[in-house]
Design a binder for this molecule. Structure first.
Ligand SMILES: *[C@@H]1O[C@H](CO)[C@@H](O)[C@H](O)[C@H]1NC(C)=O
Ligand SMILES: *[C@@H]1O[C@H](CO)[C@@H](O)[C@H](O)[C@H]1NC(C)=O
Ligand SMILES: *[C@@H]1O[C@H](CO)[C@@H](O)[C@H](O)[C@H]1NC(C)=O
Ligand SMILES: *[C@@H]1O[C@H](CO)[C@@H](O)[C@H](O)[C@H]1NC(C)=O
Length: 782
């Protein structure tokens, strides 16, 4: 978002809207606060019913290393492929019969494999479905859009062209006949640029292109600017022929492929639009649909670039030539883009809204020595259509992890801490299944969850990316040192560091991005402060949310050998199993310090830009100094315990360390054998030279105290008052950007106050964030 937003008159409106939303939501927040604690215990059985005190019982002789070795022997690439084939055989949009059948099939498969406590958790969110729609250009000439994605040779599932018609989640119905205006990416700055040139979008059908920000925020900006309706099209410059050969000849978007998606405004909260703060149970208290602040008020439809072209061409010669505003206003079609207004179009949308059930598949593997501490792994299962890359690739990895852990469980393996595995439903509409589950279990998760691992859109190529709480960054880096990149043969870590290495006080390490929004980690991290990580392999992909995100696309372009599915499964095991087993949790807050310092510098720059006193940022710096001291002290305590444990076991155990430049640098009890360059081929677990009688128990008081600081330290960043105007978001360091949606904004409340030009408010919020950072430091230092 550019500086232009500062001056937008719409911002006044937004804050009036905030106030309205706040009033309605306050009612539900009050319900959440008063809910009956006993009712929360129902579905997480083992986490709440087991006695907390198992101190002194013999710890089963499983280390993370042994568990990883067993896990890696169990992972089966051909099964990953077969699972994806099954998942993509039918369209399975959230709340459909096929979606439910898959939830049940996964539960049955996990139970058969040996996973204990499998169950399906049902919630009842508001969803919409397309009933009918039409789009016609009436003038200067007539063109009727087909709104269909035609069958493609060699892609069996594409034969069913309208199995899920092209539509947008939560678009209201509408019937609009109006002139057209082109508004580039549809950002507030783009609308301001049109206004500055005297181009009035009020009452018009606004044509915007995908890219740059979350689609719902394009509709929100258009709504605030007074537009009557929105068409969102996939410009070929974004993911079509401009990028390379199109499907089925290449991985990029063909002319008639359409990106479906949700346009719920993520500004205020995620999850079911009608039940912020509380779970969407069957009889939950619901907001009236008209009062849900995240629901768009104007109709919107997604279209292909093939069908957008006549509408864009109709604008030529009217308004201003798009490239005169900025170069990026000219898209990739071979026509000259103009703004309009011009032409005339008719858009009709009939969408049916209803509260419908969705189904999360869950499994709980009770921890043997710390049943009251939990690590959660999840990927969503629902898709817009067949969903091979999004989300099937990730779902298949989570199903495989569950299956292998089930087999291990049958053979006597037990994690030390409890592992919860989920395939979430309703993610595509607004991260619903995960958010409702979190809202349903706030208290128990608050007391027990040490980390959440998210996978989504897991594989669409060979480029590894991770986003995480900085406290988890080194664990992810460590995990990638032990897995080989199938294409290059080097470790994932090496390739990743070569591509996006960044210099930090701890050396050159691969960049781990901040978590914004766009997947199921949001409620965990930003609503209740559970450290989270999201991992994926990306690549050339132009089939996102279309009918062509299919098994055939994956087999031809995304991951023809399924080796990246296997690699992601192995990496996931190397993140999950240390969290479940390590006597001292592999979490570290020192990497937070460098990030916080960078974000504080950005605050200082923004203060300067807004002519507010730059020295206000000094209060953040002072708190970060305190935080740094606490984080370093905690790291020392943790390392000390690790060394003691290692001495006792007579094995070498390295501290969590994300630096170093090879797979062997931080791999502890693993021996690297074989003659390949970095020796990955023969990783086997080494015999403990002297098998410990009974390794130290994670529940021993010293371990327990340090682990609680590591496992719950992220909670310190939570301010229960939330971000002013969008109180559901409570993490003071990270929130989805008000106008980017997917991207994270750091110290969000501060930047929002600066952008409002609210000097006194900014000063107050900086003080409050600085106090929260000190409180976080206090928790680590306790
Ligand atoms: C795929 O589906 C078939 C038919 O339902 C089933 O027999 C098979 O076990 C499934 N395979 C996997 C890997 O899920
Ligand atoms: C849409 O509105 C027009 C003009 O008001 C009306 O004639 C037409 O019947 C409406 N179409 C539908 C499908 O409701
Ligand atoms: C919800 O309310 C209906 C109607 O009163 C009732 O039959 C049903 O059992 C309730 N469901 C739950 C889960 O309480
Ligand atoms: C988590 O527990 C702490 C300590 O009891 C409490 O202060 C905090 O409000 C809880 N967090 C949430 C999200 O309920």
């Amino acid at each position: 978002m550019g500086d232009a937003s500062n001056t937008l008159p719409e911002f006044k409106q937004i804050h009036e809207m905030h106030a309205l939303a706040a009033a309605a939501i306050a009612v539900l927040a009050a319900v959440a606060a008063s809910r009956d604690a006993l009712s929360l215990t129902a579905s997480l059985g083992p986490l709440t019913t087991l006695p907390a005190a198992t101190l002194g019982t013999a710890r089963p002789p499983w280390s993370a290393e042994r568990a990883i070795a067993a896990f890696e022997r169990g992972v089966d690439r051909s099964r990953l492929r077969e699972t994806l084939r099954n998942l993509t055989a039918v369209a399975h949009i959230a709340g459909s019969d096929a979606d439910r059948a898959q939830a049940e099939a996964i539960q049955a498969e996990w139970a058969a494999a040996g996973l204990p406590n499998t169950h399906i958790k049902t919630y009842f969110p508001l969803l919409n479905r397309p009933v009918s729609r039409s789009l016609t250009l009436l003038a200067p000439e007539r063109f009727e859009a087909t709104l269909r994605e035609p069958a493609v040779d060699g892609d069996d599932t594409s034969r069913d062209e309208e199995v899920v018609p092209t539509f947008l989640g939560y678009s209201p119905s509408g019937n609009v006949t109006a002139e057209l205006v082109y508004a580039n990416f549809g950002s507030p700055a783009d609308f301001a640029a049109l206004a500055a040139r005297g181009i009035d979008v009020r009452g018009k059908i606004v044509l915007v292109r995908y890219g740059s920000a979350f689609r719902g925020l394009k509709v929100r900006a258009a709504e605030l600017a007074g537009a009557a309706a929105v068409l969102i099209y996939s410009d070929p410059a974004e993911d079509g022929f401009v990028r390379g050969p199109v499907y089925p000849d290449g991985p990029w978007r063909p002319p008639l492929a359409v990106q479906r998606g949700s346009i719920m405004y993520p500004t205020f909260y995620e999850g079911d639009p009608l039940t912020p703060f509380v779970a969407a149970t069957e009889n939950a208290t619901r907001l009236p649909q008209s009062e849900a602040p995240c629901l768009p008020k104007i109709p919107a439809l997604p279209i292909s670039y093939g069908e957008a072209k006549p509408f864009l061409a109709a604008l030529k010669g009217h308004g201003v030539a798009a490239h005169t505003i900025a170069n990026d206003w000219q898209g990739g079609l071979d026509i000259e883009y103009w703004t309009g207004p011009a032409g005339k179009a008719h858009l009709f949308i009939d969408n049916e809204f209803a509260v419908k059930p969705i189904w999360n598949t869950m499994a709980v593997i009770e921890g043997a020595s710390e049943p009251d501490r939990a690590v959660i792994l999840g990927a969503h299962r629902d898709s817009w259509v067949f969903g091979a890359a999004d989300p099937g690739s990730a779902t298949s990895v989570v199903i495989e992890v569950g299956r292998v852990l089930g087999e291990m469980h049958k053979r006597g393996w037990r994690p030390d801490r409890t592992i919860v595995i989920a395939t979430w439903d309703g993610e595509e509409y607004g991260l619903i299944g995960s958010t409702e589950w979190v809202e349903d279990h706030v208290e128990i998760l608050n007391k027990t969850a040490v980390a959440y691992i998210n996978l989504d859109h897991g594989i669409a190529g060979d480029v590894f990316r991770a986003a995480a709480s900085p406290s988890m960054a080194n664990l992810v880096r460590q995990a990638t040192k032990g897995v080989r990149d199938p294409n290059s043969g080097q470790s994932i870590y090496k390739k990743w560091n070569r591509r996006v290495g960044v210099d930090t006080p701890e050396g050159r390490v691969p960049q781990v991005q901040p978590l914004g929004s766009g997947s199921d980690y949001v409620a965990f991290l930003q609503h209740i402060g559970i450290a989270a990580v999201d991992m994926r392999f990306t690549g050339d992909e132009g089939i996102y949310h279309s009918n062509y995100d299919s098994f055939n696309w994956m087999a031809k372009f995304g991951d023809p050998t399924w080796k990246y599915h296997e690699a992601l499964t192995l990496i996931t095991g190397r993140v999950l199993l240390p969290l479940a087993h390590d006597r001292v949790l592999p979490i570290d807050f020192v990497p937070y310090v460098h990030e916080l310092r960078t974000y504080a510098k950005d605050v200082a720059a923004a203060l300067g830009g807004a002519s507010m006193p730059v020295e206000w940022a000094g209060r953040l710096d002072a708190s970060i100094d305190v935080f740094e001291k606490a984080a370093r002290k905690l790291r020392k305590e943790a390392d000390h315990l690790r060394r003691d444990d290692a001495d006792e076991d007579n094995v070498v155990v390295d501290a969590v360390d994300g630096s170093g430049d090879g797979i062997d640098a931080g791999v502890s009890v693993l021996t690297v054998q074989g003659g390949s360059d970095d020796g990955l081929a023969g990783i086997v677990p080494q015999q403990h030279p002297k098998h410990p009688k009974h390794p130290k128990h994670p529940k021993e008081p010293k371990h327990r105290a340090v682990n609680d600081k590591l496992g719950f330290g992220e909670r310190g960043f939570i301010d229960m008052a939330g971000i002013p105007g969008r109180e559901w978001y409570r993490h003071v360091v990270y929130a989805p950007g008000e106008w980017s949606g997917y991207g994270a904004e750091m110290f969000p409340a501060i930047h929002e106050a600066i952008r409002r030009g609210d000097s006194a408010g900014t000063n107050k919020i900086i003080a409050s964030v600085a106090a929260t950072l000190r409180r976080a430091a206090g928790m680590l230092a306790a």
